[in-house]
Write a protein that binds this ligand. Structure first.
Ligand code: CDP
Length: 243
């Protein structure tokens, strides 16, 4: 079989350059019953985030007298992937939920809400690689929409090694046939990247490639951050005008 070429004449399969994100669309406050919500598309990923809280903890024994607990559920719809995904949690979604929760816990001011819970649900309607990053971006915006006090915003993007080249925001074909994949989430505070809240890696990269990937991810994250900001401002500006 002929080897699949992922990069030709300096362009990727979808025509992007190495340092380009997929198109992003963000809508804030789309669900009436949630305290905060966000619908987000990142390339062919389509995800919906809903935030509830701070609210009473059920079951009660999980309550922490010193701070709010944060719960995060990453869930793929059975129709979101090519081969039907069996409904319910699996190892992969439990792991993604855990690392995503840990990333968001770093920015939520949980100490302000003892004995309560902040629940974040993210449903993937369509997946196309980088779904955990799309979910984190949506969850972060939904948290802002819910009015949860936060120290910053989390912005997430992956980089990959494809045909020996480090590229930003890999899509499905690059994720499947590439040599490595490295998702990041950053805490952005006062318009600046302050820390790394999530870093995973699948495959192998050299030390230099990791450095190059980090710089590329930072650049991508700043672009996504601007779009998150714009989406939030758009909703609240319109609401103010209507009042
Ligand atoms: O989505 P993300 O890159 O965060 O996670 P992954 O485990 O690297 O999965 C990459 C992609 O594989 C997903 O975005 C889906 O498009 C696909 N996938 C799938 O087709 N079936 C699954 N059960 C899980 C993932």
């Amino acid at each position: 079989m002929e080897e699949l070429k992922l990069i030709m004449d300096g362009k990727r399969l979808d025509g992007r350059g190495f340092d380009e994100l997929r198109p992003i669309k963000i809508e804030v406050g789309v669900l009436k019953r949630a305290d905060g919500s966000c619908y987000l598309e990142m390339g062919r990923n389509k995800v919906m985030a809903a935030v509830y809280g701070p609210r009473e903890v059920h079951p009660k024994h999980l309550a922490d007298p010193s701070k709010a607990i944060v719960r995060y559920r990453y869930n793929m719809a059975p129709f979101s992937v090519e081969e039907r995904k069996r409904p319910g949690p699996d190892r992969r979604s439990v792991e993604i939920s855990k690392v995503s929760r840990e990333a968001l816990e770093t920015i939520i001011m949980t100490e302000m809400f003892p004995r309560s819970a902040v629940d974040i649900f993210v449903e993937i309607l369509q997946a196309d690689a980088g779904s955990r990053t799309a979910c984190l971006n949506a969850a972060s915006v939904a948290l802002v929409d819910a009015g949860i006090p936060m120290k910053g915003i989390v912005t997430s993007v992956a980089v990959a090694k494809v045909d020996g080249q480090i590229v930003l925001d890999p899509m499905k074909e690059e994720d499947n046939y590439g040599e490595a994949d490295m998702p990041f989430a950053f805490v952005i505070r006062n318009g600046k990247i302050e820390s790394i809240a999530l870093l995973q890696m699948d495959g192998n990269m050299t030390r230099d490639e990791v450095k190059q990937g980090l710089e590329l991810a930072k650049k991508g994250a700043m672009e996504i951050y601007q779009l998150q900001r714009e989406a939030i401002m758009k909703k609240y500006r319109t609401e103010e005008e209507e009042e």
